[in-house]
Design a protein around this ligand. Sequence first.
Ligand code: ADE
Length: 230
Amino acid sequence: MRKIAIMGAMPEEVAPLLEKVENIIKVEYANNSYYEATYKGKELVIAYSKIGKVFSSLTASTLLEKFKCDTLLFSGVAGAINPALKIGDLIIADKLCQHDLDISIFGHDFGFVPEGSKFVETDKHLRTIAKEVAKQSGLSLIEGTIATGDQFVASNERKEFISKNFEADALEMEGASVAVVCDALDVPFFILRAISDTANDDAGVDFDEFMVTSAKISANFILDMVEKID
Ligand code: ADE
């Protein structure tokens, strides 16, 4: 049977999951808490990593290597770049990139390092399941590029840089690092985000107001997906 990892970055992103799953066993490991649990007969391990690329890489690696999860789903919030995305809307990543990775002085594209790639693609089958869930529940879902960096973006100038160099639809702080880990370990993964802000001057205020409700929208969607993964 599959063992599905579900991770977020912040406590608010996993709290709605922990409210609904059953048979929770808390395991402390590497300065973090991991929650083994079941949901509708599926085996899960749930954790939040803390914010940013380093902590999320550590948690993703631990979920796969120590807990032996064979599928990883990420649930959380993001800032919108694509104007079609409004607060509360859902985006699934078809590919992810690191917008703050910069060795352009040596002639490389932003986001590229030798022996790496500018974009990492997510699993197609998991995206198909997400589209089925969206259709059945009447929710709209945008599929697009998510850009990740170790900064909370709250400026139109930075948004435009990311839009221009990566054609990204949304931005956040963990997806691409989780993608690199899962891709390297050949584990199918999926990144879902609900919009909490539009990464402009008001982003800090919007994030504080909408993060909890958007995190719940994302978490509930993820649990509907879990039911459909076989
Ligand atoms: N996550 C949600 N909103 C964000 C923003 N504006 N910048 C980075 N990460 C985010």
